[in-house]
Design a protein around this ligand. Structure first.
Ligand code: GRF
Length: 203
């Protein structure tokens, strides 16, 4: 089971998946880590783990369509069973999303459908929420709107700041994402039309 991971930043979610594969919990191989940012810390994590990396720097492309075309070509060559967005901070165009439909997942730091988009921790605090968390979902063209596979919740405590809350949510991300990747690699979860099909569902 071949996985490509797309990152833009520190790559702590990437690390959690690397660690789970190494521990034997996910029957899969990460065949490539691709970053749109040359300085992404996650590239070092990949290199440490002996995983090949590519940088496709968005600044070298004059349009999203051109960027996506290059990315699609690289991904096609890898023939991934699953493309994991792990802090990849670029919006993917409809063509690319449709091309890899059912093989493209993302982790988002909120309990979707609440707080799509950016600054989720700040917005949850401002709204006086008592619960927050993270969601893993299949990617569809509409941003952060694809079918949710699984979520993990945390309580918002008095005195929480965006930073303390982000830390607790990220700790949950690092448990949730490898778990979901494992389910998919084991064939226990799949996208069926616009719904998530789980092992044991009637079909
Ligand atoms: C995570 O909080 C994820 O939810 C968001 O970006 C962050 C990525 O962190 N989409 P990292 O690069 O995995 O450390």
């Amino acid at each position: 089971f071949r996985i490509a991971v797309l990152i833009s930043g520190g790559g702590t979610n990437l690390q959690a998946i690397i660690d789970a594969i190494r521990a034997g919990s996910i029957p899969a191989t990460i065949t490539r880590v691709i970053s749109n940012r040359p300085a992404a810390g996650g590239l070092d994590r990949a290199a440490q783990a002996g995983i090949a990396t590519d940088v496709i720097d968005h600044r070298a492309f004059s349009s999203r369509a051109q960027y996506d075309a290059e990315l699609a070509e690289r991904l096609d060559a890898l023939q991934p069973d699953l493309i994991v967005l792990a802090g990849f901070m670029r919006i993917l165009g409809d063509d690319l999303v449709d091309r890899f439909s059912g093989r493209l997942i993302n982790i988002h730091p909120s309990l979707l459908p609440a707080y799509r988009g950016l600054r989720t921790h700040e917005r949850a605090l401002e709204a006086g929420e008592h619960r927050h968390g993270c969601s893993v979902h299949y990617v569809i063209p509409e941003l952060d709107a694809g079918p949710v596979i699984a979520q993990a919740a945390v309580a918002i405590e008095p005195g929480d700041t965006a930073e303390t809350l982000a830390r607790r949510v990220q700790a949950m991300e690092h448990r949730l994402y490898p778990e979901v990747v494992r389910w998919i690699a084991e064939g226990r979860v799949a996208l069926d039309g616009d719904r998530v099909r789980r092992d044991g569902d009637y079909h």
